[in-house]
Design a protein around this ligand. Structure first.
Ligand code: SIN
Length: 517
């Protein structure tokens, strides 16, 4: 175990260097903050890949109340209304903060935000950058701002492997760094590690995002929430490339339509048609594919020759796959895209462990309910980063943490074994038997202590939550329980509870095999 790499005592340690982590560090200025970046700064992470943009009531005829109503409708009855209201009110100012930090949003000739439309939004309210390059531009600006801030120290090549907790208080982290394991004492820890796409075989996320922050929190005993709600983007580019390139919902917002290989419209007769909530469109496409058809997004009439200028990133991905979207329909399929669940946090971003905050995709604020409204995620990260920073500033000053004892960091995580099990059990549609089998296998992996164990622990909490939710709502669709929930109950659980439930299920596993045979 190496010595602490810098004089970290008393500092805030932020795990993750995407929009949520960097905005938290910037909002905490001039308080000293250490940001851990697993890879080279700005080289990986979901923020970088974001296409659509940031949703906020910025345009004429729009209001936070309308944005809140759309968010709640997409969330299918399971959003936390107070959180939604607060978010929608704060969203326009968060976009302005990003602009002040140097993000170059696309503007109209009059200098106003050029606003796009995406599914389930009743107004044009997506602020975008470079057409479909919001993530790249946000990261460019935030990295420049963070590098210029004397209070922010960025440790590149540091992967947090364990949260150190004493009497339910977070006191630091064990990390693997370029010079070996390192102990990082902290007054406050913020988890901002992004999503879980790397736990799925077919995802639009960078493969390195496989819920590491959730594993840190879960292993330390934190409560997780809404873990069963995994969003599948309806229109990933259907080709050989993995992760699957995204074909932004904004393309449907500009009028492109979904057709199958027989030329039949896919969304005909479905409320909202192409702009229905994402879970509805994903299920419609998955059903068509299950019936043996391929599905295409036809942008020829609506966008045609303007495609390249409006969607340069998507045009490039299509070109690489041999598709010209101006002249031919784009083959698409659903792929895992976002996780509504995560570390349960309160209105200030505090987890169930004192001294541990979370924001961005790793957190579950209750904003998204059962299905996230398009382009609410980057905005959520920006809004809640500021809330978390204020909460940390207002937190009572703690006694200096005790010296950290030498402890072994667990091995580098390998998500591959969990990926196979979770992809099969917790996809666009689920059933109890497959979930039970996956839970039993994931529990064994999670308890193994080997490289597969942390990713399996996260996958296990998803599988067990999906089993506990014996109804179908938003992104969670159970073939064996197709009815909507009777109430707005949300599922919260710890890793210990998930392991206990899986142990009980393991007893029943022979019975499942017998029934299947
Ligand atoms: C998209 O551009 O379709 C994705 C945006 C999002 O996931 O919010």
């Amino acid at each position: 175990m190496t010595a602490e790499p810098v004089a970290l005592r008393g500092r805030v340690v932020v795990v993750g260097a995407g929009i949520a982590g960097l905005m938290t560090a910037l909002a905490l200025r001039p308080r000293p903050v250490v940001v851990l970046s697993r890879g080279a700064l700005g080289a990986e992470g979901s923020t970088l890949w974001a296409q659509g943009g940031l949703a906020a009531a910025l345009g004429p005829g729009d209001s936070p109340a309308l944005h809140a109503a759309d968010t709640i409708a997409a969330g299918d009855g399971l959003c936390d209304g107070a959180v939604v209201e607060r978010f929608a009110e704060a969203a326009p100012a968060a976009i302005e903060t990003l602009a002040r930090l140097g993000v170059r949003f696309d503007r109209t000739a009059a200098g106003r935000f050029a606003l796009g439309l995406e599914a389930a939004h009743s107004r044009r309210r997506i602020a975008h950058c470079g057409g479909d390059g919001a993530g790249r531009e946000v990261m460019r600006a935030l990295l420049a701002a963070a590098r210029a801030a004397p209070s922010i120290e960025i440790l590149e090549g540091y992967e947090a492997r364990r949260l150190l907790v004493e009497d339910n208080v977070a006191i630091g982290l064990l990390a693997a760094g370029p010079a070996g394991p390192a102990r990082l004492p902290a007054d406050a820890v913020v988890i901002a590690t992004g999503g879980i796409g790397g736990l799925y075989e077919d995802s639009t996320n960078p493969p390195g995002s496989f819920g590491q922050g959730l594993a840190l929190a879960a292993r330390a005993g934190a409560v997780l929430a809404d873990m069963e709600f995994v969003q599948f983007h309806p229109t990933a580019l259907d080709g050989a490339r993995r992760p699957a390139p995204l074909v932004s919902e904004a393309v449907r917002g500009e009028g492109a339509i979904l057709v199958d290989d027989a030329g039949e419209p896919v969304m005909a007769g479905i409320a909202g048609a192409e702009l229905a909530p994402r879970d509805v469109v994903a299920r419609a496409i998955a059903a068509r594919r299950a019936a043996g058809r391929r599905v295409f997004l036809d942008a020829r009439a609506a966008i045609g020759a303007r495609f390249e200028a409006r969607f340069p990133v998507i045009a490039e991905a299509c070109r690489a796959a041999g598709v010209d979207p101006a002249r031919e329909p784009i083959p698409v399929r659903p792929a895992q895209h976002y996780h509504m669940g995560g570390i349960a946090v309160d209105a200030e971003g505090r987890s169930s462990i004192a001294g541990l905050w979370a924001c961005g995709e790793a957190a579950c604020t209750g904003l998204h309910g059962a299905n996230r409204l398009a382009s609410n995620s980057l905005t959520e990260a920006a809004v809640f980063a500021a809330i978390v920073a204020r909460s940390i500033e207002g937190a009572p000053v703690r006694r200096p943490p005790p010296p950290l004892l030498a402890a072994l960091a667990p091995p580098a995580p390998d998500p591959a074994p969990a990926r196979r099990l979770l992809s099969r059990a917790a996809g666009v549609v689920r059933d109890g038997d497959t979930l039970r089998e996956a839970a039993a296998a994931l529990a064994a992996l999670a308890a193994s202590g080997g490289p597969a164990s942390d990713p399996a622990a996260v996958a296990l909490t998803i599988a067990v939550s999906a089993l506990r939710r014996a109804d179908s709502v938003g992104a969670h669709s159970r073939l064996d329980f197709p009815q909507p929930p009777a109430d707005g109950r949300r599922i919260r659980l710890t890793l210990a509870e998930a392991l206990a439930q899986a142990a009980a299920l393991a007893q029943a596993a022979p019975e499942i095999h017998a029934r299947r045979a």
